[in-house]
Design a protein around this ligand. Structure first.
Ligand code: B12
Length: 216
């Protein structure tokens, strides 16, 4: 039997959705998330190999979001929801939103309240939102490596006392590789949305006095 990731990689979204529903209903939420991520990587690979075009990626991003939404009906997630507030946006100079939106959905389905600032968000926009909403987590999406300087400047100001001092700062996006990129003051960096969601969920469980389980 074909896997969801393979179906996604072949752009067979209806079949992927059917299989995804079965997986979520059976309670395999973690496996479902892994398959979605593998599927995204397969699509990206095909794009990098010249088999798919930008338009394919944009369509795939939207359909992937719809398929990922199947997860919100999972009884497991309903019983294991956390509360927390996240401000998210793509840093200035960068208009990529596909990954940010999927990551924001993933947090939303775990119970987080999401304040999405959109794309090309100026440093001051993040700082004002941090001060206004006092989120538990400020999440910066970054898909262009020359823009890391903007993220660094943002983090320096936040850690210098602007915004909400107790909040965690996380950074992700297609060019983020935590093995090679370090930004002082950032609590967590990854382009793996499953690990990133686990970080956020565990953080809230610890803050709310529950047990962290590094689950889905
Ligand atoms: C689609 C795409 C575009 C689309 C964007 C459409 C859109 N609405 O987002 C368009 C055509 C507009 C575009 C434009 C450009 N792009 Co572009 N784009 C891509 C592409 C092909 C895929 C990105 C994507 O959506 N991936 C799928 C998503 C699901 O993956 P993801 O972003 O990694 O997100 C996942 C994780 O990273 C994580 N995540 C995402 N955000 C966050 C945030 C947090 C906090 C956390 C924890 C996790 C997290 O969760 C997501 C789900 O797993 C990549 C190439 C690639 N292979 O990655 C290039 C790429 C990112 N683009 C690139 C470039 C250079 C550009 C342009 C400058 C091109 C140009 N010369 O005009 C412009 C940028 C304009 C601008 N100012 O931003 C480069 C960046 C190079 C670099 N090293 O910096 C890349 C890597 C291509 C390349 N190899 O050269 N692009």
């Amino acid at each position: 039997m074909e896997k969801i990731s393979e179906l996604l990689g072949d752009m067979r979204f209806d079949e992927a959705a059917e299989l995804g529903l079965l997986m979520v209903q059976s309670g395999d939420v973690s496996g479902f998330q892994s398959e979605i991520m593998k599927g995204m990587r397969l699509i990206e690979k095909k794009y990098n190999d010249g088999e798919f075009f930008i338009a394919d990626l944009i369509v795939a991003g939207a359909l992937m979001r719809d398929i990922y939404a199947l997860i919100k009906d999972s009884p497991f997630l309903k019983n294991d929801a956390v509360s927390g507030r996240v401000v998210i946006g793509t840093i200035s100079g960068d208009i990529h939103n596909i990954g940010k939106d999927i990551f924001a959905d993933a947090l939303r389905y775990r119970g987080f309240k999401i304040i999405d600032l959109g794309v090309d968000v100026p440093i001051d926009g993040f700082i004002k939102a941090a001060a206004r909403y006092r989120p538990d987590i400020l999440a910066v999406s970054s898909c262009i490596d020359t823009n890391f300087s903007n993220t660094k400047a943002l983090v320096r100001r936040l850690r210098g006392g602007e915004g909400a001092p107790e909040m965690k700062i996380i950074v992700g996006g297609s060019v983020v590789d935590e093995r090679f990129v370090k930004i002082d003051g950032v609590d967590f960096m990854s382009r793996d949305f499953q690990k990133s969601v686990a970080f956020c969920v565990d953080l809230m469980k610890v803050r709310q006095g529950g047990m962290a389980n590094a689950g889905v």
